[in-house]
Design a protein around this ligand. Structure first.
Ligand SMILES: Cc1ncc(COP(=O)(O)O)c(C=O)c1O
Length: 502
């Protein structure tokens, strides 16, 4: 068995700083203390070889004699030990010498020892539960891809993405009414990057971007990060963004681009009807206003044909289409794409400047999954599951939340939007729920400012269980308690109804 070379000290001088030549403590003692401190901090561990005299000389800026004297001192203290012909090594201190935590003085008053609850029921992020995703298959495919295509690791892929995947995506986009070729597509790191790059091309700092209100909070983060202003467009849980709001915004011409989620929007779940999609695209083209379409939930309709994309009505290239496999296959694999229309050249350039290309291994694995034929079956199961779950969530919410609560009735996707009576504060509610191990997304996350205080969004892409059912009821009970407290005056008596509305 070959003898393992002893661990060697790394370069340590930068973290220990210079020794004080003007100090009354001799240099060798200072050096010994530094090394001892490094051992105690775990930077240098038991069994490791101390730096050679020459190396320590360089690292600490001292003479060989000083190092030797410091090592002798450390040896005398039992901190290091010399091994003939090998150098000095950090010694295992005898158990009796090892530092143990000092006994704590008991507190005089009694305190609750309740530990913070781990999060038990996470309904905040719009991420499907692992059990719903084909993670095992994807893992297997990734392994196969890296075995069969070592070049996926040893080279950069093409900036637009691998051809096999773009072909599969172009085929799937036919269902959304889009006739695109693989050359019209750029593969990205998720929808997030697809939208980000589109915004980088279409907007400048200080520009305004029109979005549905409420909208996906990650989009608001992106807009904020790019120094953009937000023009909220009124929207509803059935038909998505409101026609009047768009007309008025276009008339005022106060914005550089729109970012819309026309199919099963997040958080509302609305779908812009086909005739309105056509109207919107024609209006945008006539006014030369680019529309960034986020169609991440487009394939997740519960019944009927897949709704068309805005892009399917676009002849002039004004719609920049963005989507990903995060909601159907895996959020972690980070495969999304963009059809940048008339901005293709700029888009490819900017993608290259940012990170050259999306990683090849995940692209090839997703391409294989799509071409293997299991995708549609998986999608059918997911749609059925989400349909059942959103209905179950809605029923449980309506049965346990304060009177007057209503929920969206989504026809696709996997989130549910909940309106509670005015007086419930979802931000404060989240705080008390978190202490019980339950999370959700509070309403104000979904719009700039402080709108939607009495709203919240729940992710329904989780398996149903008694624990989940109880968690929903707990949110409802705590909302009721909050509402009663808000309605009660400082003396605990109910306030007149009018002041409640103020
Ligand atoms: C509407 C919407 N767009 C984009 C994203 C993020 O997508 P990706 O993982 O593809 O970056 C989400 C995730 O929740 C979303 O709901």
């Amino acid at each position: 068995v070959p003898v393992q070379p002893p661990h060697r000290f790394k370069d340590i001088a930068p973290s220990v700083g210079a020794l004080q030549r003007s100090s009354s403590t001799p240099l060798f003692e200072q050096l010994a203390s530094r090394i001892e401190a490094l051992i105690q901090a775990g930077t240098l561990s038991v069994g490791e070889q101390a730096p050679s005299v020459r190396r320590a000389q360089k690292q600490f800026g001292v003479s060989a004699a000083t190092v030797i004297e410091a090592y002798r001192l450390l040896e005398a203290r039992g901190v290091i030990r010399a091994r003939p012909q090998s150098g000095y090594f950090v010694r295992q201190s005898p158990v009796s010498e090892r530092r143990v935590p000092a006994m704590t003085a008991p507190a005089l008053r009694s305190v609750s020892l309740e530990p913070p609850e781990p999060m038990l029921v996470r309904l905040k992020a719009a991420v499907p539960d692992e059990s719903l995703l084909p993670t095992t298959q994807l893992g297997r495919l990734l392994g196969k891809v890296y075995r069969d295509h070592p070049e996926a690791l040893s080279t950069y892929g093409p900036t637009a993405g691998c051809t096999e995947l773009r072909r599969e995506i172009a085929r799937r986009m036919i269902d959304a009414g889009c006739v695109v070729s693989p050359d019209d597509i750029v593969v990205t790191n998720g929808t997030t990057e697809a939208v980000y790059l589109a915004l980088q091309i279409l907007t400048g700092p200080g520009d305004t971007v029109a979005v549905e209100s409420p909208t996906y909070h990650g989009l608001l983060d992106t807009l904020r990060a790019r120094g953009l202003k937000v023009l909220p467009l009124a929207s509803c849980t059935v038909n998505g963004v409101c026609v009047d709001a768009i007309e008025e915004a276009i008339r005022s011409r106060r914005f550089a681009a729109m970012v819309l989620i026309p199919n099963f929007s997040n958080p509302l779940g609305g779908v812009l009807p086909d005739e309105r999609k056509r109207w919107l695209v024609e209006l945008a083209a006539a006014n030369e206003i680019p529309v960034i379409e986020d169609d991440i939930y487009g394939e997740l309709g519960f019944e009927g044909p897949r709704p068309r994309a805005l892009r399917s009505y676009d002849d002039g290239g004004w719609v920049v289409y963005c989507s990903s496999f995060s909601k159907v296959l895996s959020p972690g694999i980070r495969i999304g794409w963009c059809v940048p229309g008339r901005h293709m050249d700029a888009y490819r350039r900017i993608k290259h400047d940012l990170n050259i290309s999306a990683p090849m291994g995940p692209q090839l694995a997703v391409a294989e999954f799509l071409s293997g034929g299991g995708y549609d079956k998986h999608l059918r199961q997911l749609r059925r599951f989400y349909q059942t779950q959103t209905a179950r969530f809605s029923d449980r919410i309506l049965a346990t939340f304060p009177e007057g609560t209503s929920t969206s009735q989504p026809r696709g996707g996997h989130v549910i939007w909940v309106e509670m009576p005015v007086g419930v504060d979802s931000v404060a509610l989240l705080e008390v729920c978190q202490r019980r191990g339950i999370t959700f997304a509070p309403g104000p996350l979904f719009a700039p400012g402080d709108a939607y205080r009495n709203f919240l969004r729940l992710n329904c892409a989780v398996a149903w269980s008694e624990e989940l059912s109880d968690a929903i009821a707990t949110i409802g009970r705590l909302a009721k308690e909050q509402l009663h407290a808000a309605q009660a005056g400082p003396d605990g008596r109910a306030r007149p109804k009018r002041s409640m509305a103020l």
